[in-house]
Every structure is written in structure tokens, then in C-alpha cells.
Design a protein around this ligand. Structure first.
Ligand code: GLA
Length: 388
């Protein structure tokens, strides 16, 4: 098997410049992030892609029709930046768009797909996020994703293809066939609890549309931003979230199989942020090799709970189950999980040995049911082992 066949096997782990920095990016920032990936343990935890989002190029292509990095932001050029990132054992991502322009008004790749893919390969790019703005209305998005996918697969380099059409045009129905390795299923995240909750709820019935080689991307993480974005839409006028809300956000994205692209300024991340982003148990659940979506169970008694209170269960390759008890409501709730809903009958004689993935401790052995009390906007994530 070549490396290319494994590209996109698991949800991508990395960092993206957009949520915090939007247009205010430069090569020193990207180098600093690469340094922090190594020194702060992100690389060891599995994070590998460092992605420059929109606003990296000049407003015009050169006379040969090539994209040109903004020389003020990236004076050393993209090849040198890619080398710097590769020397640290990390991977380099960039951004373009199916349309004539990117969302921020820089040149898009429409009718330049093969030329741009070749240039990206020459620069040493390993990941392309491909947005959906300024798409000619008479041309189908499905066709344009197929076109760039083909261009990337034939550019001479393994480049992970990250589609970003915000869930438009029933994308989940056709994106896997296009060759994309991940696809944005939602509009842009904001650094607010309402946004996190709405995005998660919108994807709960889409578990069968994610999996190995084509993952449902619920958007970059806002964990650790605390309202610190230079774009008011994303964060600064909203004020960010509490630590528990960030923990719940990360748990939802991890359990639901989304790529985990950090969006905060990791140069200034506090200890709580690091503990969330570097939680090994949650990352293991997200990266489980079978890549299954998580199914939803409504807690008992069914009539008592609203739709924002639910359990998610992800079947793992080694026979364990990852179980998330999510209380997205505004009041404390008891969530009763009956083990028959997991396929475990009382008659089997088996119990579940539960391990708390946030407290990092064993909870105990339970038969038939487990009833944790979960505070408002919080969650409990356990790894459950079937035992005698
Ligand atoms: C769109 C995408 C965002 C970001 C911006 C850049 O809104 O959904 O993730 O890439 O464009 O302009």
C-alpha cells in the first residue's frame, strides 16, 4: 500500500490560522506555531497539519497565471516555510477556493485547478482547504470538487483534500465519491456556546456520512479562544466560552469523528486549554482506526428529556465503546443509560467497566444501567470495556 492510499484514513489533526488571525497572518506566526507544536506536545499527541487559511496571496495572479504569496506576509516564500515545517516532522496546509475568488476576495482556483495543484505540489504543500465562495452559479459544485480532487491526485504529491462548502447542496450525498478526504458540513463556527451547540445538533443525524477517507468536518475548534479573534463574527464581539463549554465542544467533535483543527493562539494557551486539546483518551477515540460514526441514544425516561440531552456511542476497533453523556441544556440533568440500548443484554451476564476520560480514573463496574448526573452545558465521556 502506498502512502497515498492511507491519506485521510483518520480525521486530520492540526491547526488553522483563520479563527483567531483571519487576515493578520505572516510566516513568523506559522513558524512559531510549528515550534509550539513540538515544544508543547501537540506533535507528540498526533497533531500534524499547520494550515494557512485565506488572505495569504496577492490580489492578482502573475503574468503566467500563477498565484503569488504576499511578499510582505511571506517574504521567504512558501517553499521555505514548507521546508521549515517539514524539518520538524509536521505537514503544511494551504487554502484556495472553487470560485473565481476566495471568500476574502483573493484569487480562487476556478479554471486554474491543475495549474494551482502543480504549484502547491512544488511548494511542498500537504493539505488543501478548498472553499465555496464566488462559484459561478451555472457550474455545479460537485463537478468543481471532482475537478480539484483529480488535479491533486495527479500533481505528484500526496495532498489531503479538505472540501469546504458549508454543508450546501446536500454535500454529504456526493462528496465521498469526489475524492475529498474531509468536508465541511456546517456554516462557520463562532466562539460562542450557541454556535457550538447548533453545529453539533445539526450533525447528530449524519453519523452514517462520516468515516475513513471522507470525514465530516464540523469546522475548526474554538477551544481556548476566549473571544480572542480579530474578526468580530468569530469571537471578539461575542466573548468566548467557559472552560466547561470548551471541554464539551472538544468532546462532541472528538466523539462525532470530526477532524480536530485547533483555532486558538497556541502561543498563549493556558493549562486548561492544553489539557483539553491534548487529552489522549479523547484523541484516541477520535482517531480510532475503524472510523465509525457515533450513534445517539435518548436517555431514559424518554419523555423527560429535550433533544439537547443525549448519549453518543462510538464502537471502537478493540471492542470497547466510547460513550459520551451530553447535557447541552441549561440545567443539571441525570442521564440514564440502559445497557440494552448498546446491545448488551442482562442475560449475557456481562458488565461494563467504565473509565472517565476527563477525570482520567476508573469509575467502576456496572450491570444493566449507569445514571450519571451531568451539570448544564457539560459532559461525561467514558471508555467502556465489556467484562464478565
Ligand atoms: C469561509 C470558510 C472559513 C474561512 C473563510 C476565509 O467562510 O468557511 O472557514 O476559510 O471562508 O475567508
Amino acid at each position: 500500500m502506498t502512502d497515498n492510499q492511507l491519506l485521510g484514513l483518520k480525521p486530520a489533526l492540526g491547526w488553522n490560522s483563520w479563527n483567531t488571525f483571519t487576515w493578520d497572518i505572516n510566516e513568523q506566526l506559522i513558524r512559531d506555531v510549528a515550534d509550539r507544536f513540538v515544544s508543547e506536545g501537540y506533535k507528540d499527541a498526533g497533531y500534524e497539519y499547520i494550515v494557512i487559511d485565506d488572505c495569504w496571496s496577492l490580489k492578482e495572479r502573475d503574468e503566467d497565471g500563477n498565484l503569488v504569496p504576499d511578499p510582505e506576509k511571506f517574504p521567504g516564500g512558501m517553499r521555505a516555510l514548507a521546508d521549515y515545517i517539514h524539518d520538524k516532522g509536521l505537514k503544511f496546509g494551504m487554502y484556495s477556493c472553487v470560485g473565481t475568488h476566495t471568500c476574502a476576495g483573493f484569487p480562487g482556483s476556478f479554471e486554474h485547478e491543475f495549474q494551482d495543484a502543480k504549484l502547491l505540489a512544488e511548494w511542498g504543500v500537504d493539505f488543501l482547504k478548498y472553499d465555496y465562495c464566488f462559484k459561478p452559479r451555472q457550474v455545479s459544485g460537485e463537478l468543481l470538487y471532482k475537478r480539484m480532487s483529480l488535479a491533486l491526485k495527479n500533481c505528484g504529491r500526496d495532498i489531503l483534500f479538505s472540501a469546504c462548502n458549508w454543508g450546501e447542496d446536500n454535500v454529504y450525498q456526493w462528496i465521498r465519491e469526489s475524492g475529498a478526504h474531509m468536508y465541511r458540513s456546517t456554516g462557520d463556527i463562532q466562539d460562542s456556546w450557541e454556535s457550538i451547540k447548533n453545529l453539533a445538533l445539526s450533525q447528530l443525524d449524519k453519523a452514517c456520512y462520516t468515516g475513513s477517507f471522507c470525514h465530516n468536518d464540523m469546522d475548526m475548534l474554538v477551544v481556548g479562544m476566549y473571544g480572542d479573534s480579530n474578526d468580530g463574527f468569530i469571537g471578539s464581539t461575542i466573548g468566548g466560552c467557559s472552560d466547561n463549554e470548551y471541554k464539551t465542544h472538544f468532546s462532541l467533535w472528538a466523539m462525532m469523528g470530526s477532524p480536530l483543527m485547533i483555532g486558538c493562539d497556541i502561543r498563549n494557551a493556558n493549562q486548561v486549554t492544553k489539557d483539553i486539546l491534548l487529552n489522549k483518551e479523547l484523541l484516541n477515540i477520535n482517531q480510532d482506526v475503524e472510523g465509525r460514526g457515533a450513534f445517539r441514544i435518548k436517555p431514559e425516561p424518554q419523555w423527560f428529556h429535550s433533544d439537547d440531552v443525549f448519549m453518543l456511542v462510538k464502537v471502537l476497533a478493540d471492542g470497547d465503546l466510547a460513550i459520551g453523556f451530553f447535557n447541552l441544556s441549561d440545567s443539571q440533568r441525570e442521564l440514564s443509560l440502559q445497557f440494552w440500548d448498546l446491545g448488551l443484554s442482562y442475560a449475557s451476564g456481562h458488565s461494563l467497566e467504565l473509565y472517565d476520560c476527563w477525570a482520567h480514573e476508573h469509575i467502576g463496574q456496572f450491570k444493566e444501567r449507569y445514571n450519571p448526573v451531568v451539570p448544564a452545558r457539560d459532559c461525561l465521556v467514558v471508555r467502556a470495556k465489556v467484562v464478565q
